[in-house]
Design a protein around this ligand. Structure first.
Ligand SMILES: C[S@@+](CC[C@H](N)C(=O)[O-])C[C@H]1O[C@@H](n2cnc3c(N)ncnc32)[C@H](O)[C@@H]1O
Length: 346
């Protein structure tokens, strides 16, 4: 099996020493030369220090600079405020089903039934589709979940607060789907639901983890992969083949990259508990975000994908959304550093 080893030229995570020790100053000005993709948000509502104003609406602009915007709020709500056909490329990793409690009202992932979760994801990506240019691409990383039905809370790790909660899959479930030991096939259900919505699935890329987290099972294979779906909305779309093609093993000089990506999970120094490896975003950015394009992550967490897009150099602008203000503190730190010319690599 040939797989693509995604080569990163960026040092991640950005060194802590170069991160600002306190939040950077917001630039609450609209530079008229730049396309602001904020639909109906009033930039005057932003406090100069960048803190969410007391009682401010949930879908608030949290940080703005000429190249980056961060919004705090529910993904669907915030997407509704962004302009139609204003984004070139979306790379995101939504909360997986039943894996973490982010401790914020309105968070996705803890729905009683998997179908409810899929329906909510579909609602987010319906808005994402409106915001995406017709030539744009959407990439979604999604892991799977086993139904457990054990009836007791999962996880005892005192340090991992996000994992200490009663997961939906620990409760008695509705059969046949929600029965103990069942792999729910969440990524597949999601992709098929997206097709039913009119999206075109270009690839179900497999993220193979060379050194996966140990999976202590004795009656099935250990889980060591996830999916990264590539969706488009029309037959012709932006794809920079030269930026991602690899030397060919056949007669042609170059060939398309493999749909199997070997990317190690890297121990994260971030506070966010569900960070993905930055290299996961590299191929999507290089292939489907034009050098001066607008990049969006509607579940940006600590800003990994946004940072990857900014660090690819050139003039990309990024928009991040997260419901957790705590996640955005970290995202802002990384995005600020990634915008400094000396931190960018191409
Ligand atoms: C899997 S994490 C993303 C991690 C990110 N890729 C990174 O590397 O840091 C999912 C994120 O979705 C956020 N989230 C959960 N429900 C949300 C919602 N309804 N709208 C927007 N963000 C949400 C969580 O706060 C969390 O930061």
């Amino acid at each position: 099996m040939t797989s693509t080893v995604v080569q990163s030229s960026v040092t991640y995570p950005l060194p802590k020493s170069t991160l600002e020790t306190r939040r950077s100053t917001i630039v609450p000005v609209h530079d008229d030369r730049r396309p602001l993709t904020t639909g109906n948000l009033d930039l005057r509502d932003i406090s100069p220090e960048g803190d969410l104003a007391e009682g401010a609406p949930q879908q608030s602009l949290y940080y703005a600079s000429p190249r980056a915007w961060l919004y705090c709020g529910d993904a669907t709500d915030v997407l509704t405020t962004l302009n139609t056909a204003s984004v070139d490329c979306i790379v995101t990793s939504p909360p997986y089903y039943g894996q973490r409690d982010y401790g914020v009202a309105g968070q996705l992932g803890l729905e009683d039934h998997p179908q409810e979760y899929i329906n909510k994801l579909i609602a987010v990506f319906r808005q994402a589709r409106r915001v995406l240019k017709p030539t744009g691409s959407l990439w979604v990383n999604l892991g799977d979940t086993y139904w457990s039905g054990k009836g007791r809370p999962h996880g005892k790790d005192a340090k991992q607060k996000a994992r200490r909660f009663t997961r939906p899959q620990d409760k008695a479930g509705e059969r046949p789907l929600c029965q103990p030991k069942q792999l729910l096939l969440i990524p597949h259900r999601f992709a098929i639901a997206m097709q039913d919505e009119g999206w075109i699935v270009r690839n179900d890329n497999v993220w193979r983890k060379p050194r996966p987290t140990p999976d202590p099972v004795r009656d099935r294979s250990a889980a060591s992969h996830e999916y990264v779906f590539h969706f488009v909305t029309q037959r012709k779309y932006y794809y920079d083949y030269s930026a991602v093609s690899v030397p060919s093993t056949g007669q042609a000089k170059r060939q398309a990259p493999s749909s199997v990506w070997d990317i190690p999970t890297v121990p994260s120094q971030k506070e966010h508990t569900a960070v993905f490896p930055p290299d996961l975003a590299l191929l999507p950015v290089r292939a489907t975000c034009p050098p001066d394009g607008v990049f969006l992550d509607p579940f940006c967490g600590s800003g990994t994908a946004l940072t990857a897009a900014l660090c690819q150099g050139q003039g990309r602008q990024v928009i991040g959304i997260d419901i957790s203000a705590q996640a955005l503190v970290e995202a802002q730190e990384h995005v600020v550093v990634a915008q400094r010319p000396d931190e960018r690599r191409s």
